[in-house]
Structures are given as structure tokens and as C-alpha cells.
Design a protein around this ligand. Structure first.
Ligand code: GDD
Ligand code: MN
Length: 375
């Protein structure tokens, strides 16, 4: 019989558990103990690899102590940016085994379910999600309505990208060998599972879990992370659907700019300014708002250009948009009785025409088409 170093069965008797950490000193020991309790006696060889972003809260000392009796180690990333996804990628790179489980440190994800995730993975797929939204799963009962809606909205926005009830999950199992080249990944923020699923075209299965809120330490989720999520989503849409994917983002930005525009238009008239002048003035704050959001979101993966040059092109292009927008408003209200009686209607017609012109000019000229980077 030929000597093989590892049969597939032997390879499947081990797992690297990757946990990104930032200021989780108090959670590390309980996490390691629960993993040990869940996996000991199963014959499974495991390692717990914590990837820390230089927390400086004594985490390293906790791990040094634990590592005397459990297979636990910590690598510390010292270079910015501090980022959950980049920490996980570093963990994947440094893991010992092919089978991987990624989970949070704060015990939101039950270590007792690791074996179920691995069993499903061995049943033939590329990734198994510990899913809060698959039948039988749940989120913490203490979640506020705001948090529930926020999570549902994020999940809904990712729907076109993947067939999965909980693509936002941070608890999943996969294999190093099925993942795309790590160099090609462009994640930002929290959604590393989503990044892997979309760019790796992974076949995904879900196992329902009960998600518990952390009892110790603070969540690092904040509005900055939410913005990063939107930017990440925009990149993935572009990756999957090409340039057409910009239209819904551009429209959403435009709709938010419209709120700014309308508020200023009505506010200025309320302050006694004549309606045509109000229409002209309200355009500027709205257009500045749109430019910034489109730079960060709609065209975020295009190579960054110096603000000044881009601003100059933007002003030029907005003058064209302005001419179309205000010009059509003036024509409609001057020559058509209907629009003079219903000026808001003229307002929206002007905005629509101006938007179409703006999108084309933005795509071709302001945000530079030939400078595309990323994937
Ligand atoms: N290395 C590193 N660097 N780790 C980080 C960073 C970072 O910048 N930010 C957060 N972490 C670690 C935390 O220490 C924790 O282990 C894990 O990542 C999740 O962070 P939390 O701050 O607890 O996030 P959360 O509970 O709001 O979000 C979790 O649940 C979401 C679903 O509600 C995550 O699992 C999300 O991916 C998930 O979408
Ligand atoms: Mn958490």
C-alpha cells in the first residue's frame, strides 16, 4: 500500500477556529473553555487562533496563560487599519488546518454548535453559516426594534448577491482549499462571510443558531461600520453585476439629495425668498451632498482622484445638470399653466431630467471611467 501522509478522513479530523478580537480580554478564557468542553472527547484535533488588533488590554497575557493547557494562540496585527475582516483573512492565512470555523469572541455564537457546522460542511458544500434567520434560528430577545429593522434591512440589501437567509452572519465554517485567492479579496468592515461567498461563488448551507448578545465588553459596531458596510456592498454589487449596479446606488444617493434639496427649497421660501431664487440656491447644498456620497459609495472602488481636480470637473458637470434642472423648471412654469399651478410637479420633472444627465456625466467624466481598480 502506498504511504499517504494524510487520507481525506484524517484531514477531516481537525479544525482551526479563527476568532478576531479587539479588547476581549474578559471573554477569551470562557470562550476557550467552552470550545474545549464542546470538542474534547470527540477525537477532533483543534486550534483556537485569535487574531488581535493590538488591544493592549492584557489579552496576550490571558492567552499565554491559557496556552499552557489548551491549543490556543494569538497573533497580533500591529499595522492599521484595524479591521475585523482583515483580521479574519490573516487568521485564514496562518491557520494550521484546512477546515476552518470563524466566530466572535463574545460568546454570541454558541461553541456547542461547531460540530453541527462541521457535519454540514462535510455533507458537501463550501460554506456553512450559523444562521439566525434560517428556520429555527433566533436573535437575542433583548434586541430593540431599531436593531431588528437595521439587521433585516442589511440582510435584504444583500439578497441579490447571495442565496442565503443570513448573509451577515459572523459564525461560519469553510475550507481553506475552496476559498478564492486571498489576495483578490477586498473586504472592509464586518462582512467577511459575505465577501467570501460572493467572490468565491461558494455553495452555501445554513444551520440555525440562537444568537446571544454579549454579556461582557462592548460591541465595536457603530455608524462608521455601517457606512463601511454600504461601501463594501457597493463593491460587491459592482463585482457581481458590473457597472449597471451603480444605478440603484446613484438613485438612492439622489433620493437622499432630493430631501436636502427640497428642505432647502421650502425652507428658503418660508424665509421669504422668491421661489425661483429658492430653487436656484437649494441646488448647491444638495449637489455637494450628492457628490460626496457618490464619491464614497457609488463610485467607491474607482481609483481615488485628488479632491480638487474632481471637484472642478464636478462643478462643471453640475452646471450642465443645473441648466437642465432649473432650465426645464423655468420653461415648464413659464409656458405651461399646469406646471405653474403645480410647481412641485415642475420641480420633480427638473430634478429627474437633471439626474439622468448627472449620472451619465458622473460615470463618464467626474469619477473617471478608465481609472477603475479592484475586481
Ligand atoms: N481583530 C479585530 N479587529 N477584531 C475585531 C474588530 C477589529 O477591528 N472589531 C471587532 N472585532 C471582533 C470583536 O472583538 C468580536 O470578537 C467580533 O469581532 C465581533 O465584534 P462585535 O463588536 O461583538 O460585533 P457585533 O456583535 O456588533 O456583530 C456581530 O454580529 C453581527 C450580527 O448582528 C458580528 O458577528 C457581525 O459579523 C455580525 O454581522
Ligand atoms: Mn458581538
Amino acid at each position: 500500500m502506498p504511504k499517504t501522509s494524510q487520507t481525506p478522513e484524517a484531514a477531516d479530523r481537525n479544525v482551526s477556529i479563527i476568532v478576531p478580537t479587539f479588547r476581549e480580554a474578559a471573554n477569551i478564557a470562557p470562550l476557550a473553555e467552552r470550545i474545549d468542553a464542546a470538542l474534547s472527547g470527540t477525537g477532533l484535533e483543534w486550534e483556537l487562533l485569535l487574531v488581535d488588533d493590538d488591544s493592549g488590554d492584557g489579552s496576550e497575557a490571558v492567552v499565554a496563560e491559557l496556552s499552557r493547557r489548551l491549543p490556543v494562540r494569538m497573533v497580533v496585527r500591529r499595522e492599521p487599519p484595524r479591521d475585523l475582516s482583515l483580521a479574519v483573512i490573516e487568521g485564514i492565512r496562518l491557520s494550521r488546518f484546512d477546515r476552518l470555523v470563524v466566530m466572535d469572541a463574545d460568546l454570541s455564537h454558541p461553541p456547542e454548535r461547531i460540530l453541527d457546522l462541521l457535519a454540514a460542511l462535510d455533507g458537501g458544500c463550501d460554506m456553512v453559516i450559523g444562521s439566525r434567520y434560517a428556520p429555527g434560528g433566533s436573535v437575542d430577545s433583548s434586541w430593540s426594534l431599531y436593531r431588528v429593522l437595521n439587521s433585516r434591512l442589511a440582510t435584504w440589501m444583500a439578497r441579490p448577491l447571495v442565496k442565503c437567509a443570513d448573509p451577515m452572519a459572523g459564525f461560519f465554517a469553510t475550507r481553506r482549499s475552496v476559498l478564492p485567492d486571498l489576495q483578490l479579496l477586498r473586504p472592509m468592515g464586518y462582512k467577511i462571510a459575505l465577501e467570501l461567498m460572493v467572490r468565491g461563488r461558494l455553495r452555501v448551507r445554513e444551520v440555525s443558531i440562537d444568537f446571544r448578545d454579549r454579556s461582557v465588553g462592548l460591541s465595536k459596531m457603530n455608524w462608521r461600520q455601517q457606512i463601511r458596510f454600504l461601501r463594501h456592498l457597493s463593491r460587491l454589487y459592482n463585482h457581481k453585476f458590473g457597472s449597471l449596479a451603480r444605478v440603484p446606488f446613484f438613485s438612492a444617493v439622489g433620493a437622499s439629495g432630493l430631501v436636502v434639496d427640497l428642505a432647502c427649497y421650502l425652507g428658503l421660501q418660508w424665509a421669504g425668498i422668491e421661489h425661483r431664487l429658492a430653487r436656484f440656491l437649494s441646488f448647491w447644498p444638495a449637489v455637494g451632498w450628492n457628490w460626496a456620497l457618490n464619491r464614497g459609495l457609488t463610485f467607491s472602488e474607482r481609483a481615488r482622484q485628488p479632491h480638487l481636480g474632481q471637484l472642478a470637473r464636478f462643478v462643471a458637470s453640475s452646471l450642465v445638470g443645473l441648466a437642465v434642472n432649473v432650465g426645464s423648471y423655468a420653461l415648464l412654469t413659464s409656458y405651461m399653466d399646469l406646471f405653474d399651478r403645480h410647481r412641485l410637479l415642475a420641480f420633480f420633472c427638473g430634478v429627474s431630467l437633471g439626474s439622468i444627465v448627472n449620472f451619465l456625466v458622473a460615470d463618464l467624466y467626474v469619477y473617471g471611467r478608465r481609472t477603475e481598480t479592484g475586481h
